[in-house]
Ligand binder design. Sequence first.
Ligand code: HAM
Length: 419
Amino acid sequence: MSSLQAPRGTFDVLPADAAQRTVLEQHARRILGAAGYGRIETPTYEATELFARGVGEATDIVQKEMYSFDDGGGRSMTLRPEGTAPVCRAYLEHGMHKLPQPVKLWYLSSFFRAEAPQKGRFRQFWQVGAEAIGAAGPETDAELIILLADVLRAVGVKDTHLRLSSLGTAETRREYREELAAYLHAHEDGLSPEVISRIDLNPMRAFDADDRRTKETMRNAPILLDRLAPEDAEHFERVKVLLDEAGVSYELDPTLVRGLDYYARTLWEFTSSSLGAQSALGGGGRYDGLIEQLGGPPTPGVGWAAGIERMLLAAGEQPVPVNVVDLFVAIAARDSTEAHQAGFKLANAARQAGLSAQLELAGRGLKGQLKHADRLGARYVAIIGDPMQISLKDMEAGDQTEIAPEAVIPTILRGSRVA
Ligand code: HAM
């Protein structure tokens, strides 16, 4: 065995795992496509500045978790740690503000964060995400939350829990942050050194702290939800009503913080108790200031992303469609070039006719080939000895008939199982 291994925190997707992922992708495409979301894919890396400006200088992602490199021309590039800033960059770059609004986009891509690997946390991971840009109304927020709930349900994720909050607008938050920072400074003796060191950078993170003393202190801290401006409170109220009407249950969590700075107004996260420490399945929120932050006109936006590995972990074993093999082409006359050629031709022709067909490629003996065909679950085996005479074996019925080469495919097509 080679000593070369996949880098720490990364993984290979082998065919057995790929089947589950394909099913997940199909659910996402169906659910998001039906709501008018179009697929978008952006480059794997972007200018570092995009994330510094978009995600926020003060975030853990930008401060500690970015894989940045020089592009060879003195420009700093970064492997994308998330998808929202790149999608907004693409929205601006391609003038999508001129399209009928909102522009609804979804993606399924891999992302990179230099985090300590553990169960459900990787350095390269995959997300499915959805963004609606250009719509400010609460229906968009509620629509997106419901779509994420739909994806989680379709994928078979168990024990989900939705936490919901609102951050208000940047201005409310600025005032609130000052109030919160003042509270934190006044109670520094009840806070952990890490929280104290972040008070002026990002006081909201204090709600996130695990340390018991800090948690105690935060119990009496001012709450942003109580400080929302009337129009933000009204917007949030309407999001809640729409979710209530749709029968989506949630828990209001005014201390909900997410590790990205672009959020304004609605904020949410789905967790699953079956996940352990990395319990966040996916989350999102409104980011009405982000496009402006990136140099565009004031444009509302809202969206979410969910971790594919975490969804699959929380879903557990799910049925995947079996790969039907209609035909296995076995070569009885192993030394006959004509037999090999005829077999090759038959397998190709079968595929052209829409059948799933495999050809013996490993040089097995006939007995081994039949065993292999059985292992694959092949419905028919065409045994080629004399290229002009093919034995077609119906693996289910067990009977074997000699037929002309050109009769093989029509026979299989006629005998097609009703799916
Ligand atoms: P996020 O919460 O940073 O949001 O990531 C979304 C999801 O990606 C997480 O809930 C988690 O399931 C998964 N995830 C994040 N980091 C890792 C990791 N290291 N290993 C495995 N899975 C991970 C965003 O990325 C925002 N762009 C979501 C958004 C879209 N907000 C608005 N629009």
